[in-house]
Design a protein around this ligand. Structure first.
Ligand SMILES: Nc1nc2c(c(=O)[nH]1)N[C@H]1C(S)=C(S)[C@@H](COP(=O)(O)O)O[C@H]1N2
Ligand SMILES: [Mo]
Length: 522
């Protein structure tokens, strides 16, 4: 009686859904037991997805969700997996076979993602365990879900009756939740917070000069000169922050060098440390966007370190490798141009780097966008020719001559905010400008159709940092449009032409255009 042997719609859907959830939970648990968080199939599939997202879409996600882009992806993946689970369950109402095949296929996707995202064969145990658990749970629940008539002559299935499915489904769900939670607890075990705390205060031998009082106009609406660490923009391709303990970290200097070098975190920490005030920017920052922040980085000069290994003839770029295999390439001539300013950084604000910003070590080359200079969770510095293609260059962004450009001159109005209503009387227009390496020598503001007027500039800290500006004027009530434009230290004017990153086409070396906003005076 094939019709009576069919599970109900709800039971079929739940069977697929629970099997998928159990698989993910078990995969996460095993990744925790192995102390290999990156082998969790859920995270690996997410990271594999990020790697395949075309740059414009990634850019859209960053712009739309900001630093919550990762949360948005995790939520989206969860919804998609729920739907996939339900569909798998419904596919298997007539026979268990298509369901088993579909769960196994999903498991194989997990295995492939982990193989790509996590190094070493051991990590494959996580998705394999997930596959086995998913298939097993699907098979058992599917049996329990069928009406009794079909299981009547079955020894173990026969006695469970109607409640068998409910009990089985509940047990599996609780098991999945416990496994997932167990995985979270175990991955916490290798959490780097303790390692980071143990680094303690970092004291530079050469401190950065103190920030003068007039370096920012927060009272007029600019950001503070030094960005609070919690507000420092974060951009990377990692769903889960890579966990690398300082005591396990080594930095290898390899490739076209006279003598490869290997240094521990402690080796670097015990070198004379220098501190520098640097403004970092992301190439994905749109006109008026937030991906620019300033901090006191602490570390050692990068070129001097490379010279200890000896840069061999023929080297064209420095390729930074991350613990997860991510790569960034910096043209050697641009690195040399940055001279002593380029750093191997181990701290911000006199504390070890926060995990999100690359703990325990990263590179920072002021004057260059992050994607060509600022490798986080750094494990290796490889001197190479341009035959080595770094992550973003492979995905269509500029990374090799003549493509690598220094950070473009940019300026942004911070106050008033777009569409803000401000009280009548004097109105202060305030903002931020940057052209790292060249500095800012002038910022002009235009109100409505008026002339460009020079704005008051904040005290310059150094040419590698941003510079705040403001202009106070009285305006009649009503709607106004203000625009700003900056001139760099060598007298070059910020480009007027508005080039967004995805429209009309990708601009693989940074947006341009004058920022303008509309606001209302009451
Ligand atoms: N390992 C790793 N390093 C990375 C990235 C990344 O995705 N992975 N992103 C780069 C980009 S695009 C930028 S703009 C900077 C951002 O650094 P922050 O997150 O500390 O601000 O890190 C760079 N270093
Ligand atoms: Mo970036």
């Amino acid at each position: 009686m094939p019709t009576t042997a069919r599970p109900t719609f709800t039971r079929a859907a739940l069977t697929g859904l629970i099997a998928v959830v159990v698989a993910l939970g078990v995969g996460h648990l095993v990744s925790g037991l192995l102390l290999l968080p990156s082998s969790s199939p859920f995270l690996a599939v997410g990271n594999a997805f990020i790697d395949r997202t075309p740059a414009p879409v990634k850019d859209f996600a960053i712009r739309t969700f900001g630093t919550n882009d990762k949360l948005a992806l995790l939520v989206g993946m969860t919804v998609a997996l729920i739907l996939i689970g339900v569909v798998i369950g419904l596919l298997a109402r007539r026979s268990v076979i298509p369901g088993l095949i579909a769960v196994a296929a999903l498991g194989i996707v997990g295995i492939l993602a982990v193989r790509e995202q996590s190094s070493g064969a051991l990590g494959l145990l996580s998705p394999v365990a997930a596959l086995v658990a998913g298939v097993g749970v699907f098979w058992v629940l599917h049996r329990l879900a069928r009406p009794r008539s079909d299981a009547g002559d079955d020894v173990d299935g026969g006695g469970v009756g109607r409640r068998g499915f409910v009990v089985g489904a509940l047990a599996a769900s609780v098991g999945a939740a416990a496994a997932g939670a167990g995985g979270l607890v175990l991955t916490r075990r290798i959490d780097v917070t303790a390692s980071r705390r143990a680094v303690g205060e970092l004291v530079p031998e050469t401190p950065a000069p103190p920030i003068p009082a007039g370096a920012a106009f927060p009272e007029s609406g600019t950001p503070p000169f030094l960005t609070p660490i919690a507000d420092f923009y974060r951009i990377d391709v990692n769903l889960a922050v890579p966990q690398l303990r300082a005591e396990d970290a080594t930095l290898r200097i390899t490739g076209l060098v006279n003598e490869p070098l290997e240094l521990t975190f402690d080796d670097i920490r015990s070198m004379p440390l220098v501190e520098k005030t640097i403004t970092m920017t992301c190439v994905s920052n749109e006109v008026g966007g937030p991906y620019v922040s300033t901090t006191n980085f602490i570390g050692v000069p990068l070129l001097a370190l490379l010279e200890r290994a000896g840069i061999a003839d023929g080297a064209q770029q420095l390729v930074g490798h991350s613990v997860d295999g991510f790569t960034i390439g910096t043209p050697l001539d641009m690195l040399r141009a940055a001279g002593d300013e380029a750093m191997l950084a181990i701290g911000m604000d006199r504390r070890a780097l926060p995990p999100e910003h690359g703990f325990p070590m990263r590179t920072v080359v002021p004057g260059l966008y992050g994607y060509v200079s600022a490798t986080k969770w750094l494990t290796e510095l490889e001197l190479a020719t341009y035959d080595v293609i770094p992550y973003w260059v492979e995905r269509g962004w500029d990374g090799q001559p003549p493509g690598v450009v220094p950070i473009k001159i940019s300026s942004r109005i911070d106050a008033p905010k777009s569409f803000q209503q401000v009280p009548g009387g004097d109105v202060t227009i305030a903002g931020t400008a940057w052209a790292q390496g060249r500095g800012i020598s002038r910022v002009e503001v235009r109100i409505d159709k008026g002339d460009w007027q020079p704005a008051e500039l904040a005290t310059e800290v150094n040419p590698f940092t941003w510079r705040m500006f403001r202009l106070t004027t009285s305006l009649p009530s009503g709607q106004h449009t203000v625009a700003c434009r900056a001139v760099d230290g060598s007298g070059v004017m910020q480009v007027e032409e508005r080039l967004r990153l995805i429209n009309p086409g990708p601009v693989p070396d940074g947006s341009t255009g004058w920022h303008s906003i509309v606001f209302t005076v009451e």
